[in-house]
Design a protein around this ligand. Structure first.
Ligand SMILES: NC(=O)c1ccc[n+]([C@@H]2O[C@H](COP(=O)([O-])OP(=O)(O)OC[C@H]3O[C@@H](n4cnc5c(N)ncnc54)[C@H](O)[C@@H]3O)[C@@H](O)[C@H]2O)c1
Length: 455
């Protein structure tokens, strides 16, 4: 099939590349000329495992092309995927200006039947707005060209995007048109061989499904962080609690890891946007609001623990940070807990000495050159001469640790572990002050049931 994709970010580039890899002819269009120039020269703008070789292979085969030429992209595909960003507006609702700009572009250049597909995460009712915008532009041109708009939300996760796209649990398509169903079946047929994954539903249900999925996952994380904070104050180990509840098949082990809060380009903005949608229809989504505020509070716990260890005086200290990306296997730092930590450290007069396997370039892009940010080549160099260590991201290479060696590197024996990677007993055995999440090791109840610090 001939397919056009608007937006070559995490979703657009992965979608376009995977669809080309199964034999479709794909044109990816972006307004970012530098990105398109780079892609044409084989430079992949994001880190995503397996993506680079797949892009190169399909460009080589002539099935994947990149352009800034909107007309060329609109003319090419019968399927027109909209995969541009939907960042939060000032009030937290999803800003649809990029999505509607693409709708306008399609309306300006289309001369034959198109299926316009909302792949971006968009609020309920957006397909109607895209339909109206395209129709308006066609009317301004004095043209009458047939088209349909459907919703096809994307459920991939960064770090495993190719695997998720090609072997995802489901492919949701919201439409009431048989013609669209046929085209979407044809598009996704290569991924639908093992068992039926296509789920056709009403457009509004498809739009809401994406938000509900992300809100549910964010809720699990915030719930677990809430219980961690409680465990910490009660002298219980959250890791034992996690195993205890995860073994219940109604709960399961997925997504119940305590940590330093969720980040990334999706959960924070999508939870917020859904709460905003709720208030627009006169419903107070109390649970969603709580999920968000628990997460915001959780993100500052790393700094709070560190600050407690240094009696509130971090001025002049050098803090090693392991992990900058919001999660492993990506270079994405949007809303990452590391950012909340680093910004608080800088406000407190500390210097950050950081390492991340993939996100260093992104970190430099965000923060630029500054004296209080030292980016180093590996985790060893990050702790060398540092006063304390904070673990922000659970990259595989951080998961083993020689405690004796670490203690010898640090000016003070302080480790704040935002991902519960290490065993508190082993850390304490070598004399490290180890602050994890919800592991009952920094605070404990005394005989009078008063909360006391162990230090
Ligand atoms: N990143 C994820 O893991 C993920 C997963 C599922 C869904 N989503 C959703 O998918 C959408 C895209 O997310 P992303 O992370 O890929 O965004 P991104 O910011 O990485 O990429 C968006 C791209 O769109 C381009 N763009 C903006 N306006 C354009 C226009 N008029 N024409 C062509 N290109 C244009 C930008 O230049 C940019 O390259 C969002 O709605 C997001 O919520 C993201």
């Amino acid at each position: 099939m001939k397919i056009s994709i608007f937006g070559t970010g995490y979703v657009g580039l992965v979608t376009g590349t995977c669809l080309a890899d199964v034999g479709h002819h794909v044109v990816c269009m972006d307004v970012d000329a530098a990105k398109i120039d780079g892609l044409k020269q084989g430079e992949i703008p994001i880190f995503e495992p397996g993506l680079e070789s797949m892009v190169l292979r399909n460009v080589e085969a002539g099935r994947l092309n990149f352009t800034t030429d909107a007309r060329q992209a609109v003319e090419h595909g019968v399927l027109q995927f909209i995969a541009v960003g939907t960042p939060p507006d000032e009030d937290g609702s999803a800003d649809l200006k990029y999505v509607l700009a693409v709708a306008e572009t399609i309306g300006e250049h289309m001369n034959d039947y198109k299926v316009i597909i909302d792949k971006s995460t968009v609020p309920v009712g957006t397909a109607d707005r895209v339909t109206a915008r395209v129709a308006e532009v066609l009317a301004e041109r004095g043209e009458s060209v047939d088209f349909d708009v459907c919703s096809n939300p994307e459920f991939l996760k960064e770090g495993a995007a190719l695997e998720d796209f090609t072997r995802g649990a489901r492919i949701v398509v919201g439409t009431d048109s048989e013609k669209v169903r046929e085209r979407m079946r044809e598009c996704y047929a290569p991924y639908n061989r093992n068992h039926e994954k296509l789920m056709f539903m009403e457009v509004r249900a498809a739009e809401l499904t994406k938000y509900a999925a992300n809100a549910m996952l964010a809720t699990k994380i915030s719930f677990m962080n809430e219980i961690s904070n409680l465990a910490e104050r009660l002298g219980a180990d959250i890791e034992e609690v996690r195993r205890g509840i995860g073994s219940d098949p109604r709960i399961g082990y997925h997504f119940i890891y305590p940590g330093c809060g969720y980040g990334g380009s999706c959960f924070p903005k999508d939870v917020q946007a859904l709460a905003r949608t709720a208030s627009q229809v006169g419903y107070d989504a109390e649970l969603l609001t709580a999920v968000e505020s628990v997460n915001k509070r959780q993100k500052v716990t790393l700094f709070d623990k560190l600050s407690r260890a240094f009696d509130g005086d971090l001025k002049g200290k050098t803090i090693a940070v392991w992990g900058l990306a919001f999660k492993p296997n990506t270079d994405d730092m949007r809303d990452a807990p590391s950012r909340t930590l680093m910004e608080a450290l800088w406000d407190a007069g500390a210097t950050v000495q950081a390492y991340d396997p993939e996100a260093m370039k992104e970190c430099r892009r965000i923060y630029g050159e500054r004296d209080d940010l030292v980016l180093v080549a590996d985790r060893q160099q990050a702790v060398k001469g540092a006063d304390a260590l904070v673990v922000c991201t659970e990259w595989k290479e951080f998961r083993t640790l020689d405690g004796e060696w670490l203690k010898a590197q640090l000016g003070f024996p302080v480790v704040v572990d935002g991902r519960n990677l290490f065993e508190p007993a082993a850390m304490k055995a070598v004399g490290l002050m180890y602050y994890a999440v919800g592991r009952g090791d920094t605070l404990k109840l005394d005989a009078e049931n008063e909360c006391v610090s162990l230090q």
